[in-house]
Write a protein that binds this ligand. Structure first.
Ligand code: DHB
Length: 318
């Protein structure tokens, strides 16, 4: 039997597959279902401090090539989130990554402090939603200094309430140099990095009515074609910051896809759009495919091949 367990910032996952943020339900019972389907852990959707209304329909376009979404990050606020996370934690089934979002640096800190009270295993800071304007008029993830400000505030507030929760910050692919942003976040205290959020935003048009299909007009692009981008960014970041663990996410549909991101340097793998492509059973399917691949390639422990590419080939400067 192949050992698929990984250790991420001191938290043990039975396998590297985690539900990515924003996918499926937001209740303890829906997370339980994801774990029953084979996930090693789950990430909550992005949680706001106060109730936040999403966009009106249509909010998602999905076909066999891609998904475009501008759900608008709806959420009932921190009280409801704490209730559901609390319920899930009592089940002791799998680690939970609480994903938080805010429009200001201050609110990021406050939300982190509020969510920390319930003690999720890991906090993921979403500074990269392409559909939410922040106080600087563009996602925090697009400017290294702004990303660092969020990180510093979150760490300061967690320290202030004595919470020892590892923090991963979710980066955007829509930047000139993702390594610079990653480095700024790590210098500001990030324990881990989530690479990456959706690309774009993109647009789709209803050519009969001559209108954008999404009510928000534009949305974040995801799906299997993003995988090479995720692989390259994970590769670059792992090379620059080898001690910082990475949650790799971007277009993973199969066990081979997951292995590819792991070889580039990811420790955990987020599955998002894949759930739409292969159903909720995708976690079991990918786990089996990873087992098979490992058996064929004589890999006994998946953790042995994290970032293996880096020990085999010299730096690629592209
Ligand atoms: C939304 C949030 C995201 O982080 C993303 O990548 C795409 C869409 C949203 O809810 O609108």
């Amino acid at each position: 039997m192949v050992d698929l367990a990984v250790n991420f910032c001191g938290v043990k996952f039975r396998n590297p597959l985690v539900l990515a943020s924003g996918i499926l339900g937001i209740t303890a019972s829906s997370w339980r279902n994801v774990v029953a389907n084979g996930a090693g852990g789950i990430t909550t959707k992005s949680l706001w401090l106060r109730e936040h209304k999403g966009h009106r329909n249509p909010v998602i376009i999905a076909n066999q090539y891609y998904m475009l979404n501008a759900v608008g990050v709806p959420d009932a606020g921190v009280e409801k989130a704490r209730e559901e996370i609390g319920k899930f934690l009592t089940l002791r089934q799998a680690p939970i990554i609480a994903n938080i979002i805010a429009g200001t640096v201050r609110d990021f800190g406050e939300t982190a402090a509020q969510i920390a009270k319930i003690k999720p295993h890991i906090l993921e800071v979403n500074i990269s939603c392409p559909n939410v304007e922040d106080e600087f008029g563009k996602p925090f993830a697009c400017v290294a200094a702004n990303a660092a400000r969020v990180m510093q505030e979150v760490k300061k507030r967690l320290k202030g309430c004595g919470a020892k929760i590892p923090v991963s910050i979710k980066l955007s692919p829509n930047v000139e140099n993702i390594v610079d942003i990653a480095r700024a976040c790590v210098d500001a205290g990030a324990d881990a990095l989530t690479v990456m959020n959706s690309i774009g935003p993109g647009m789709a048009i209803n050519i009969e009515t001559h209108e954008p299909i999404l009510s928000n007009k534009v949305g974040g692009l995801t799906g299997p074609a993003l995988k090479p981008l995720a692989v390259k960014y994970i590769y670059d970041i792992h090379r620059a910051l080898p001690k910082t663990p990475i949650i790799g996410t971007g277009g993973v549909l199969t066990g081979e896809d997951a292995i590819e991101l792991i070889e580039a340097g990811a420790t955990l793998i987020g599955i998002g759009t894949g759930v739409y492509f292969r159903g909720a059973e995708i976690f079991k399917k990918i786990t089996e495919e990873m087992q098979k691949w490992c058996n064929k390639n004589k890999v006994k422990k998946i953790s042995n091949i994290i970032g293996i590419l880096h020990s085999i080939i010299p730096a690629i400067h592209v």
